[in-house]
Design a protein around this ligand. Structure first.
Ligand code: IVH
Length: 694
């Protein structure tokens, strides 16, 4: 072997790096570097092996798909191998065109007017499972392992509520043997709640507990450990996306013509199939799907790392066949990674609207989750100490969903051994110098300065001006900074005392923008009670609670005068929220602020408020799908809610109506399958108005 060849030495280094990190990832469920870094090393090694095939040894990480079987689990040989999909990391939506061209060529399709039908699906970011049902009963659940042999994780999988233990044969007869293939995952909200619980446990001194790096590792960790009690305590979810072995139609069992048929059958048998699964005719529809899901990605309740396209016709899938272990009829297109490595340049402490102090890592700029990130939250002092993040460290940053980027962990092996000092929260507020306190039983430190603290004042004003609050366009962070720093504004009512002369002379405030701002302020005076209550920034009162309060009380004075007991009568209001509202209105300066705002002309119609619209849709559940002709999704939702109805994200037997617009997706088909009433926008408007004939 050419031991002195630098390229060969690099290959050796890559071997050991990849072995080390694959073990941490697959076996320990505790990765140290982001996936993107692992992938980069893997591809670098692949490239060297292409150049020098003679260096490719059987023990090269490229020769193993990953996932050594843990000692404690029985092994399962998959009767139909669990394949992987070819994954392309180009992030251009147009990548689908190349795939379609290849498929058409291989199928020798020449009629350009007949597009190939595909099924487009999200690429769920979890752990692949194969669920074996015999006579409709779940008899075995296995992980993918190396694709041929996986681990028997039946006990753990049985604890997942979303996975049926017995298939539902009421709509379609159940096959004698069925292996369902799909992904077990953890929803983002379940993940946040689990980590919050873990943080509390650690704070209470529980031994051996840790927080999880991301939902996928939390899910994989729950499935691949030996105690089913632990699996049961982790909130796991599941999506089916295919099948392996299935008994033959000769035995009277169903045969599918398309992949989509198969998914609909799985769904009818009681398995969750994502609503985002869609049939797409031709490359253009795939490109549109890629864009659509890309735009939705941040708002989805779970992590995805890309989209998958599959040829819909099963006879065509068969004709296309496989190359090594990947089907020719499917491809995955990845979105930008949600985790990356970077270095901590500094640790700042920021003061929030309620005085909460948050340590924030200032980072060397890094492109993650589709944007360049330079700040990431470190949550609180305990978290910084637990992760032991210091200036100069190399860290993993994660940006997923609408959640603010966070520092997940320190990569010790990549950090300099000479480290900055251990982080400590300041004892005085970095903005106003007031004392900082941490109340017993709380994880957060708070500035005691209240509205004396200009940071809290600024945040209160920004919150008030938000689109979902008073919607004052043009009142952004830079302007608020100037207005507060120049002592032009002390409290919220001062906003309505601004004039052209007070704005003139501020940075970037031409006469035109000053005029626009004054107009926006004027417009904001006409609002709704729910928005106003939300805008006040009462601790624990989010938009939903503000709406509930408005609906319950109908006007402001009864809210201001409500006792804690009266507040507890409001839907979803518990003791913490009730106390917070009561305390807020017990402060004379808060009541004074409200009176001054009203005196400045802020008003709303009690009668036309959310609470007093006729409750024509009381108790009815709606699902929206497709594009409606005149109403946006938010508007349709607001209309239904204001008439007392509920809007749900997925169709079930409990759904009363599916409101379908143009290009409605699988929700429409599901509604038809379940016999749920499907209506259009016009019918919705009639129902909401209360004029509908019974
Ligand atoms: S289909 C023959 N569909 O991605 C194709 N896989 O490399 C078999 N995955 O670990 C897989 N979402 O668990 C398929 N909608 C989807 C998927 C999906 C996520 C995972 C799968 C596997 C990897 C494929």
């Amino acid at each position: 072997m050419p031991t002195d060849d630098p390229l060969y030495q690099r290959l050796q280094t890559l071997h050991s790096l990849l072995h080390h990190h694959a073990h941490r990832y697959y076996v320990l469920d505790s990765p140290e570097v982001p996936d993107a870094q692992y992938d980069a090393w893997f591809q670098e090694l692949q490239a060297i092996e292409v150049q020098h095939p003679e260096w490719r040894t059987p023990d090269s990480p490229t020769q193993r798909v990953g996932g050594r079987v843990l000692d404690g689990f029985d092994t399962v040989r998959h009767r139909v191998p669990m394949l992987s999909i070819r994954t392309e990391t180009d992030t251009e939506a147009s990548g689908a065109v190349a795939f379609d061209t290849r498929i058409r060529k291989e199928l020798e399709l020449t009629d350009d007017t007949a597009p190939v039908e595909y099924v487009a699906e999200p690429k769920f970011d979890g752990l692949a499972l194969s669920l074996r049902y015999e006579s409709g009963v779940l008899v075995q659940a296995a992980t993918r392992g190396d694709g041929e042999v996986g681990e028997d994780v039946t006990q753990n999988v049985r604890t997942i509520g979303q996975i049926p233990l017995r298939l539902d044969g009421r709509q379609r007869p159940v096959p004698a043997v069925l292996e369902v293939r799909g992904e077990v995952y953890m929803r983002r909200d379940d993940f946040e709640a689990l980590n919050e619980r873990q943080r509390q446990r650690i704070a209470c001194g529980a031994k051996g507990e840790k927080t999880f790096v991301n939902p996928r590792n939390a899910a994989a960790g729950a499935i691949r450990q030996l105690d089913p009690q632990i699996a049961a305590s982790r909130p796991l979810s599941f999506f089916a996306y295919g099948w392996g072995e299935m008994s033959a139609p000769e035995q009277g069992d169903p045969a599918f013509v398309t992949h989509f048929d198969g998914l609909m059958a799985l769904n009818a048998w009681g398995l969750p199939v994502s609503d985002l699964v869609q049939r797409c005719a031709g490359a253009d529809a795939l490109v549109a799907y890629h864009r659509h899901i890309g735009a939705l990605r941040d708002r989805l309740p779970f992590d995805i790392d890309g989209v998958v396209y599959k040829v819909n016709r099963l006879d065509w899938q068969k004709r296309l066949g496989f190359v090594t272990r990947e089907p020719r009829w499917a491809i995955a297109h990845k979105y930008p990674a949600q985790e990356q490595m970077t270095t901590v340049l500094d640790i700042d402490v920021q003061v929030g609207r309620t005085g909460k102090l948050t340590p924030v890592a200032k980072l060397a700029p890094v492109f993650v989750g589709g944007v360049t990130v330079t700040n990431a939250t470190l949550h609180n002092e305990d978290e910084v100490l637990r992760k032991d993040v210091r200036i100069g460290d190399t860290v993993i940053v994660r940006r997923a969903g609408d959640v603010i980027p966070e520092v997940v962990s320190v990569v010790t092996s990549a950090s300099s051994p000479v480290r900055g000092p251990v982080f400590r929260m300041p004892v005085a507020c970095p903005v106003c110098g007031s004392a900082v306190v941490r109340e017993t039983g709380e994880v957060d430190h708070r500035c005691t300065g209240g509205l004396y603290c200009s940071a809290q004042r600024k945040q209160a004003i920004l919150h008030y001006a938000q689109r979902r609050a008073m919607d004052i366009e043009g009142l952004g962070e830079k302007l608020v900074d100037q207005l507060v720093d120049a002592r032009i504004i002390h409290g919220l009512p001062d906003l309505y005392r601004l004039g052209l002369s007070s704005l003139a002379g501020l940075d970037r405030m031409a006469e035109k923008s000053a005029g626009n701002l004054l107009e926006a302020l004027e417009r904001s005076k006409r609002t709704s009670l729910a928005r106003f209550l939300y805008a006040l920034g009462i601790r624990h009162v989010g938009e939903a609670t503000a709406k509930d309060l408005a609906r319950h009380f109908g006007s402001l004075d009864p809210v201001m005068d409500a006792s804690v007991d009266e507040l507890l009568q409001v839907r979803d209001v518990g003791p913490v929220v009730a106390h917070s509202i009561h305390t807020f209105f017990a402060q004379p300066h808060n009541r004074e602020t409200v009176e001054q705002l009203r005196a400045c002309g802020v008003h709303w119609d009690d009668e036309a408020g959310t609470g007093s619209a006729p409750q024509t849709l009381q108790g009815q559940t709606f699902v929206l799908t497709g594009t409606l002709p005149t109403l946006s999704r938010d508007q349709a939702k607001a209309l239904i809610e204001s008439a007392g109805g509920k809007v749900s994200g997925s169709v079930s037997k409990k759904t009363d109506f599916v409101v379908a617009g143009a290009e409605a997706g699988s929700k429409l088909e599901k509604a038809q399958a379940l016999g749920v009433a499907v209506i259009d926008e016009a019918r919705l408007l009639v129902l909401a108005s209360g004029d509908a004939a019974p």
